[in-house]
Ligand binder design. Structure first.
Ligand SMILES: [Zn+2]
Length: 334
């Protein structure tokens, strides 16, 4: 297995500090006047995009993962059993939520923890459900059909499954919780006029009000959404900038440093309502969203967004690699 070693050079500020009375000890003279550099090597595993792609194929093979359907239930079982291969600490948070049309939805947030006893934690997340209606399909006949959600759903989850597999082989120093949020994409269809608020991202809203652990805290979170489409780039998203500017800077800087700068332009996009909004505003954990913004479409998203064309055909392994490798580097540098 290949591995990437990032050499972090920490310049040690070796100037001797003068004491208040202007004298310094002999010891300080010896070690302090030599400018010393400490080299710290950080091991970062090599993200395997083929593996992430396969985890996406396996999700999509269930068909649309629409809440309250057998396909959704079967995919949940698959996600839980696969994550259990990577960590024994997998929890399913079952809950009920009301959809925009008053349907009672059975939700399942799936939470996999690494180094559960570690106090310093990072939260990684993606949504695993897929949208019940292709309301942006070019064919009006298909706009009530559910979508396969290869990019919109399965890509973020596939990348995080591969990250989990890497964790199982080389545990990171920090604690990590990977959450697959449910019921993200059951918001009211575009054609519906009714004024409904907060009808999207029901799983993250539930978790933010009821975290899987009492007094749960994480230093920060990273959400992945639509991280697989051909031609994708990830702009600095508005809510991420507002709530967690320092994490955006950290992630984008690392992306540029390790050679994925072309996927992470130093440009901002508008603010996108996504699971991270609720983690920021309800759970009060600073969380960013790595999400594909595409200025060339009216929606701001990839061309096949919320259509029946959101299939594996439009997935680019190089994009998965960029997203996955950057997140791995961020985690292992903590
Ligand atoms: Zn969606």
């Amino acid at each position: 297995m290949k591995a990437i070693i990032n050499k972090l050079l920490f310049g040690l500020l070796a100037l001797a500090l003068l004491s208040a009375c202007g004298t310094r000890s002999k010891e300080n003279n010896k070690s302090g006047e030599k400018q010393q550099k400490i080299r710290k090597e950080v091991f970062v595993p090599d993200f395997n995009a083929d593996s992430a792609y396969r985890y996406m194929e396996e999700q999509v093979a269930f068909g649309p993962r629409v809440p309250n359907t057998p396909e959704h239930a079967a995919c949940a079982r698959y996600l839980v059993s696969t994550m259990k291969r990577f960590t024994p600490h997998v929890q399913v948070q079952t809950f009920k939520a009301r959809a925009f049309d008053n349907t009672a939805l059975n939700g399942k947030n799936i939470i996999s923890s690494f180094n559960p006893e570690e106090k310093q934690r990072i939260l990684l997340a993606a949504h695993w459900d897929s949208r019940p209606f292709a309301d942006h399909d070019p064919d009006p006949e298909k706009r009530n059909d559910p979508i396969l959600g290869a990019n919109d759903g399965a890509s973020g989850v596939g990348v995080l499954m591969e990250i989990a597999r890497q964790f199982s082989m080389h545990a990171p120093d920090i604690g990590v919780d990977i959450i697959f949020f449910d019921l993200e994409d059951y918001g009211k269809p575009e054609t519906m006029q009714a004024n409904v608020e907060h009808d999207w991202a029901l799983g993250s809203q539930y978790w933010s009000k009821n975290p899987h652990k009492i007094n749960y805290r994480a230093k920060y979170g990273i959400l992945l959404d639509m991280v697989g489409a051909e031609g994708a780039v990830f702009h600095k998203e508005g809510f991420s900038m507002y709530y967690a500017h320092f994490i955006v800077d950290k992630v984008w800087d690392i992306a540029h440093e390790i050679g994925y700068g072309n996927y992470f332009p130093m440009q901002t996009s508008g603010s996108i309502m996504d699971d991270h909004y609720y983690v920021n505003t309800i759970a009060r954990i600073p969380m960013i969203d790595i999400i594909h913004y595409y200025s060339g479409s009216k929606s701001g998203f990839f061309r096949e967004w919320h259509t029946t064309y959101d299939t594996m055909d439009n997935i680019d392994k190089d994009v998965l690699k960029a997203a996955g490798q950057v997140v791995l580097a961020v985690v292992y540098r903590e």
